[in-house]
Design a binder for this molecule. Sequence first.
Ligand code: KG4
Ligand code: ZN
Length: 350
Amino acid sequence: MATILGIESTCDETAAAVVTDGRTVRSSVVASQVDLHQVYRGVVPEIASRAHIENILPVIEQALKQANIALADVDAIAAAQRPGLIGSLLIGVTAAKTLAWSLDKPLVGVDHVQAHLYSVMLDKPGQTAAADTARHRVPLPAIGLVCSGGHTALYHVRSWTDVELIGQTIDDAVGEAYDKVAAILGLPYPGGRPIDELAAEGDPQAIRFPRSTLDADSLDFSFSGLKTAVLYRVRGHKGRERDASSLSPQELRDVCAGFQQACIDVLRLKLRRAIARYGARAVVIGGGVSANRGLRAAMASFERPVFFPPMAYCTDNAAMIGGLADVLLNEGRTADLSMDAITFSAIGAR
Ligand code: KG4
Ligand code: ZN
């Protein structure tokens, strides 16, 4: 039973976590940089790397303290090694390499996208499961969907470390579409949660936005047309006639509900196509958009069992890194000090 210190710094969250046995999360600390990037309505890479440098050591210290464990008692050090912003990745990777070398502990490099898929296996915060729960018995192979601000991709998950990319967005990620639609609507950044909340009070049938499904057998996604349709609907011809302030509160809620329904319908349709092609036994959904309440409700009845991560581990976090690192460690897949930060995923996602 290994206890692993996981480190995550692929994008704009600096995070550290202590995870035992790949599932019990003893601490999970996330320093969000949302305040720094909000004004730009997107992540500015240079600002992100600087903030990681400032945050990394305090975040690691806090994670150890909250788990009530000394560095010397950790069995391995893991870091998200790919994919991400190179300047951001380097901070976490360098911290992990330094700790592993100075403590003479095994080093594990984790693929962030694979970790989002694995996050469905983590116990809820504060839960220490002695017995297996349904969560620990995800029947594999599964179809995996990673939907976040940076990724929207489908995977054939044969095991947690044997994952094949089978479809991906050809333009915007679904979380990116949420963030851009929020900007059109004058809502805060990041836009997923505010839209989710307004959508819950709107009528998803009131406005029918287009669903881009691409070719009849395609497992790829496209969300940019949907985003433009919202722009024209809200701002009129060429997106220049009026702005979101002309919407009534109910119209605003209906736009959110209609947009969200279009996203959900597309995700569900592509999952169905993937299941039909690969014959999977379950569906696992991770990444920031997996926190969406509308999506969770829509997937409550589906032709295969559907697994979501605990809410705390949908957006970027280090618990999923420490968790998947346990599986890699058990498979003997440790790294050495030549481990590099890499901008693209090992499993080929955009
Ligand atoms: O996984 P994550 O933290 O970072 C990336 O790897 O991108 O995901 C952040 C994304 C943002 O685009 C945010 O708007 C979206 O996840 N998000 C949501 C919700 N909560 C966060 N999207 C839809 N509904 C939500 N409740
Ligand atoms: Zn992510």
